[in-house]
Design a protein around this ligand. Sequence first.
Ligand SMILES: *Cc1c(COP(=O)(O)O)cnc(C)c1O
Length: 364
Amino acid sequence: MNRVYNFSAGPACLPLDVLKEAQEEMLDYRGHGMSVMEMSHRSPMFQNIIDEAEADLRDLMGIPDNYKVMFLQGGATAQFAAIPLNLYQNGAADYVVTGTWSKKAFAEAKKFTDAKCIATSEDKTYSYVPDLSDLPIRDNADYVYICQNETIHGTTIWNLPNTKGKELVADVSSCFLSMPIDVSKFGVVYGGVQKNIGPAGMAIVIVREDLIRDTLPKPTPVILDWKAFSDAGSMYNTPPCYTIYMCGKTFKWLKNLGGLEGIYEINKNKAGLFYDYLDNSKMFKGAVVKEDRSLMNIPFVIGDKDLEAQFIAESKAAGFDNLKGHRSVGGMRASIYNAMPVQGVKDLIAFMKDFEEKNISQLN
Ligand SMILES: *Cc1c(COP(=O)(O)O)cnc(C)c1O
């Protein structure tokens, strides 16, 4: 076995212990004589798996009892449409656009509601988070939307916006379970799981009960209807069973690390090492203003296309995979989610120091 350090933005590395446990249970899940992939979602065995996953997630995040938790197919992108449809009251919604993912959510929402961009950092290629303390929120806005961690641009909204009494909806796909969160501040918290929790293809959607409504705008497909799925315990149709099972294992792994407080300490330390190096390097530069930096996704540049290509090729050959930046922004990006060991970041820094020493003379 030769595992690389995988810095992919998603699907991304998973905890080795989680993968090993799944491997052990692959052919015969706890004496049931079948894999979880082969199990009826209506069986007591699977009901147990989904119930335990939900209970562990509630425990980890401190989700209040008046919030529903749903495991839904279609990833985060399906929710870009589900949100404006399920929250439709006045038919208006205000969006904060801080990068590619909030921009996509905003574009999708426009199909279903009068969506308006009320703040953006597009003027500086999304390298910062605008001031969100006094936004021009409309009186008739059904909700205010943010993407808390922009995976491609590497920014985090550390101070939640003042929504002036409106519901706050947050896409937390790429910072899910990376730090403590006060769920009661949100109407909806959701995210795809393939960044920080499990295999691709599913979103976890946490919604305050009173926002789950009986009547939705007329052509809403049932696959996007929160009420249908919440009433059916996420099983209106066949759920992504294996993904739920894997996420459940990651929840237990996190609980063993001291929950979200525990992993947050680890993440601050891990990202801190990397940012310290970037701040002192004469070759590599971080792409985001200091106070808005993400602990999960770290874009960086050399500013010389040839050297960047050389760095990406040499780092890959040395066992540091997927450091190429997103095709829309170029440069490099290290995604260092919960499952990336501190040693992976230390080794990468050592590799970068060495690369810098050997190649600095090529920079003028
Ligand atoms: C990856 C990502 C998405 C899209 O997730 P899918 O599961 O591919 O739909 C949405 N938002 C953020 C912040 C992401 O990182």
